[in-house]
Design a binder for this molecule. Structure first.
Ligand code: NAP
Length: 265
């Protein structure tokens, strides 16, 4: 049985994670971390099954010291997610982090800490297996197409832009793509930002609209042809098979792995 804590249970992702953990026979939901409802039970909170007796804490330190948890699933905000991950590692709890928006410095620091402690940590900007394949296929294509633009589209409640998936895709592409400043050398933006964010010369565009969940299109162009690789998540349940896989996998790791693509063949 893997004993689990969830940070951010009332969020859109957190609610799905609560369902996953409570329905999975080999997982046990020991406690949750919220910003409110300290001392109450999850079943007392609107939107959860009233039979859920999982205790709610507003302090991760207290939660960790009160429950012997193996894994902390974090689905909160970039600032808090980083603090939670660090605290979990310091206390020997394995983090599975879906929260996006960590800086490279934060990732480096957390990796060092995981190695120092000798425990596993998975930070996965995208838990959807299809999205991971989209990134891998994009990396394959980037060997042959130097010109590429990434268009990511998300719901308008998302805090970070570009998305963690878009950044990860760009990083994977630049591992194999020859650096190139794309577009016309004399191009001029008449509206700032029109050409998107510049990542090693390729461009990333972020769209935010209600109705969207998580979508990304990677478009390659060459003389007389284009290639488009696209992935769409239509609901948050699409992320949960990845969360289950990460919780199981993190138990056997002794370092930090960033990105699900480094764990699936
Ligand atoms: P959301 O609906 O806004 O949920 C975030 C939750 O975190 C809220 O319930 C919020 O509480 C809570 N929270 C904030 N600070 C907290 C703290 N200090 N302690 C405990 N809980 C805290 O967002 P979401 O759509 O679920 O997304 C959550 C994160 O997952 C984001 O970073 C998002 O980018 C990421 N995400 C990842 C994937 C993936 O596949 N890896 C997929 C989708 C989203 P309040 O309601 O009180 O503010």
């Amino acid at each position: 049985m893997i004993k689990i804590g969830i940070a951010g249970p009332r969020g859109k992702m957190g609610r799905e994670a609560v369902k996953l953990v409570t329905n999975e026979p080999t997982f046990s939901l020991e406690a949750v971390l919220d910003r409110q409802f300290d001392g109450m039970q999850l079943g007392d909170v609107e939107g959860f099954e009233s039979s859920l007796q999982t205790p709610i804490y507003t302090s991760l330190e207290t939660l960790i010291h009160s429950h012997d948890i193996d894994v902390l699933i974090d689905l909160t905000t970039p600032e808090k997610g980083y603090v939670h991950t660090k605290l979990a590692l310091e206390n020997g709890v394995r983090p599975v982090v879906g929260t996006t928006g960590f800086t490279t410095e934060q990732l480096d620091e957390l990796k060092e800490l995981a190695e120092e402690k000798g425990i596993g940590c998975i930070i996965a900007p995208n838990f959807a297996v299809g999205a991971v394949l989209m990134m891998k296929f994009s990396q394959m294509a980037a060997k042959y197409f130097q010109d590429v633009e990434i268009m990511e589209m998300h719901h308008d409640q998302k805090l970070d832009a570009p998305s963690g998936t878009a950044i990860k895709t760009a990083e994977m592409i630049t591992e194999v793509r020859e650096t190139k400043e794309q577009g016309h050398p004399n191009e001029k933006e008449t509206i700032p930002g029109a050409r998107g964010g510049n990542f090693d010369g390729l461009r990333i565009h972020s769209t935010r609209l209600p109705g969207l969940i998580a979508h990304q299109q990677v478009m390659f162009g060459a003389e007389g042809e284009t290639l488009t690789i696209r992935h769409d998540s239509y609901n948050r349940a699409s992320f949960m098979s990845g969360v289950r896989f990460c919780v199981q996998t993190v138990m056997n790791l002794d370092t930090l792995v960033y990105g699900l693509e480094n764990l699936i063949d």
